[in-house]
Ligand binder design. Structure first.
Ligand code: ADP
Ligand code: MG
Length: 697
């Protein structure tokens, strides 16, 4: 396919355009994580500039991912004036390596205030540069990390890269113990499946809630919900198909191997999944996927909603983060092998992941926490907020046998002793699929299903990489010292299988019984974002992230602050938007309807004194009663929102207030608002309905 990667400064382009020694040196940095030679940057910059200009680029930008979760860009022109009044197209190694965007408008959680105001972007050569084409022209985008002057991470990429290093280092220690001498790097691989909604732009533009908060804050359920797949007509499909075709083309040009497909779950909901890549590139690509979905939707008169819960009562959106570890000599470490030796190694990595998930469930939970996901987790459409691992029948059986210790026959027959005697082949458990588990083993990778649709996948993956690195390091510490490797390994795996079997659950995670069972097992059930966030600053978290050089205490505290602040801000925006809609749209519409009824009663009575107006009177009474209640709840919401705004001091306490008081008042107001929608003359209703938004595209 000719267009695939056409807009990417790929390995092939570099090989073609860079002098051999420069290419080799850069490759070493990319593949083995060696420091970048500055003289190399100069040559690469020049080649990159020529390549970009040949393709029409006029500007370049350091493309980075501040803590807002979006991508940010600061465009600079290649053009430099010369002494004789002309211009030349310039791009130096220095400009490639380092940028100084105005950082003051990005959240830092206090980092910059204490240290230094400036932020710096630094070239991440492990994710390829690419060209962005839009109405504004062609721009060379250079993926970068974003740090403070003292090196504290102000972004999502920096700690992600650090976590990949940590995982590689610890996994290699284990591989060496298994006799692997060829692998020099272990790469965390990720394939994120992205869900989203599409609605017609004309409806979106009439809904302040969608425009400002990304989700509907009012809206009664249509007479039918998710079962209405028959509402897609041929012409509708064509419109979506045209959109998808263009999304694919745009993404292919950017080197994203995307494959869009229908999603059957909710009306107007779809999914796109790329082929997996390194964690870093997968994360960059997922940001590009989200950007592209929005941009292309707009061109088609559509709007792409990435919010976790755009519509109440209809399934929301998430991301399924498929994760594994691969060596640079071509092994997937979570691929069950066919020989005993491979099996032992596989079981070691598998057990490491299981222990990591149990030991650090609170960190995985916070990595998926945002206000939108609070609507999904535990609401019977997404995994509950309880973290557990699905292994499937056969692996669970083997895992349990490891715990029982000693060689025993497995379900397939044969001996089950790690590393020494034979272990039966481990066939893939592909038929045994469980769709309700938050963390499911799917044959040769884990699928982390709690990730919110709008969130950068950097957070969930940096946690996964780091917690697995930690358990691998604990294992390596013991194994490297052991006189009897097989004996010690057997002991470690037995310990894990005994201590951590509580995290393994293959049943229905949506059921009420599981919530009770999980509580008995002592598994945390952290229901809200506000409750999840403090996990970032526990002593355990500080020790973990510090030990592996992923996030230091300052950086963790900054993230704690930023997340809580973002929570408060988001709920405040939602509350203010509701107040606007309630006061200026819903209340006037309902009042007009009551006037209409009152006029009708009077008119009918004066025209025919004996006529029965009980229907109008009854309706008028009913609507007026709900309207009065609605008005009272509106006043309540206004009061508590003002109160929340005035809160000072501890940001956690503010978060608790927003959740327990403001968010609750929003729910109360919505209940009455949605009731009014079902009573008021539809001709008077001022905002598009769920039926229109979900079924008319
Ligand atoms: P499903 O049955 O869920 O559709 P797929 O095999 O299609 O499973 O994979 C879903 C996603 O998982 C894709 O993005 C795919 O690239 C990714 N994936 C497959 N193998 C790996 C791996 N080893 N590491 C990370 N992601 C992977
Ligand atoms: Mg999947």
């Amino acid at each position: 396919m000719k267009i695939f990667g056409a807009n990417v400064f790929t390995d092939a382009v570099m090989r073609e355009r860079l002098p051999k020694n420069v290419y080799k040196s850069l490759k070493k940095t990319i593949d083995e994580g060696l420091p970048l030679d500055p003289s190399v940057a100069e040559v690469v910059a020049s080649a990159m500039k020529d390549w970009a200009i040949e393709r029409g680029a006029t500007h370049f930008t350091h493309w980075f991912q501040p803590m807002t979760g979006f991508t940010a860009e600061k465009h600079d022109s290649f053009i430099s004036p010369t002494a004789d009044g002309k211009v030349i197209m310039e791009f130096s190694g220095k400009e490639l390596i380092k940028g100084e965007p105005d950082a003051s408008s990005f959240p830092s959680g206090g980092i910059r205030a204490t240290f230094e105001a400036r932020g710096y972007t630094a070239w991440d050569c492990t994710s390829p540069a690419f060209l962005k084409e839009d109405a504004g022209g062609v721009t060379l985008c250079i993926p970068t990390a974003f740090c403070s002057y003292t090196g504290e991470a102000l972004d999502k990429k920096t700690p992600l890269l650090r976590s990949m290093e940590a995982l590689s280092k610890q996994a290699l220690r284990i591989l060496r113990l298994f006799g692997n001498t060829t692998a020099t790097r272990v790469i965390a691989t990720v394939g994120p499946e992205q869900e989203y909604f599409l609605i017609d732009k004309k409806f979106y533009e009439q809904r302040k809630d969608l425009m400002l908060a990304g989700r509907t804050l009012f809206g009664a359920m249509p007479p039918k919900g998710q079962e209405l797949e028959d509402h897609y007509f041929g012409s509708i499909k064509e419109r979506i198909a045209a959109f998808m075709k263009e999304v694919n083309t745009e993404l292919w040009k950017l080197g994203v191997s995307a494959k869009t497909q229908h999603n059957e779950v909710a009306p107007a909901q779809y999914e796109i999944a790329p082929i997996f890549n390194t964690t870093n590139i997968a994360t960059d690509h997922n940001q590009l996927v989200m950007d592209t979905l929005k941009k292309v939707a707009n061109r088609h008169g559509l709007v792409c909603l990435l919010h976790e819960k755009p519509f109440a009562g209809v399934n929301g959106s998430g991301k399924h983060n498929n994760w594994s570890m691969a060596t640079n000599d071509g092994q997937n470490l979570l691929e069950p092998g066919t020989t005993p030796h491979e099996n032992a190694q596989f079981l070691t990595f598998l057990c490491a992941v299981i222990k990591a998930v149990d030991d650090y469930a609170d960190l995985l939970r916070v990595s998926c926490a945002n206000p939108g996901n609070d609507h999904r987790l535990g609401a019977n459409e997404a995994p509950p907020a309880i973290i557990s691992v699905f292994l499937g029948e056969q692996l669970t059986d083997i895992f349990e046998q490891l715990g029982n210790g000693g060689p025993k026959s497995s379900k397939q027959g044969g001996q089950l002793t790690v590393g020494v005697t034979t272990l039966p082949p481990l066939p893939k458990d592909s038929t045994d699929r469980n769709r309700t588990s938050p963390f499911a083993f799917t044959g040769n990778k884990f699928e982390f299903r709690m990730v919110p649709s709008s969130l950068s996948i950097a957070g969930p993956n940096l946690v996964l990489n780091t917690i697995v690195a930690e358990v691998l390091s604990q294992m390596a510490d013991r194994l490297e010292k052991a006189a009897d490797f097989n004996g010690e390994l057997q002991a470690i795996l037995k310990e894990i299988a005994t201590k951590h079997k509580r995290i393994v659950f293959n049943g229905n995670n949506y059921s009420e019984e599981w919530v009770e069972e999980a509580a008995k097992r002592g598994l945390p059930n952290i229901k809200s974002t506000v409750d999840a966030i403090p996990a970032l600053i526990t002593e355990k978290a500080v020790a973990l992230f510090g030990k592996h050089g992923v996030l230091n205490e300052t950086e963790l505290h900054s993230r704690y602050e930023i997340l809580l602040e973002q929570y408060c801000k988001q709920i405040n925006i939602e509350a203010q938007t509701m107040i606007f809609m309630a006061k200026r749209q819903i209340l006037p519409a309902a009042a007009k309807y009551t006037a209409l009824l009152a006029n009708s009663i009077n008119a009918v009575k004066s025209a025919a004194a004996g006529a029965d107006v009980s229907a109008q009177v009854e309706t008028l009474e009913e609507v007026s009663a709900v309207l009065a209640s609605f008005k009272k709840k509106l006043a309540d919401l206004e009061k508590v929102t003002a109160e929340a705004k005035g809160l000072e001091g501890d940001v956690y306490e503010q978060g608790v207030f927003y959740r327990d008081v403001v968010f609750k008042a929003m729910g109360d107001l919505r209940a009455d608002g949605d009731k009014l929608e079902t009573m008021v003359d539809s001709a008077l209703w001022p905002i598009p309905t769920y039926a229109e938004m979900l079924f008319m595209i």
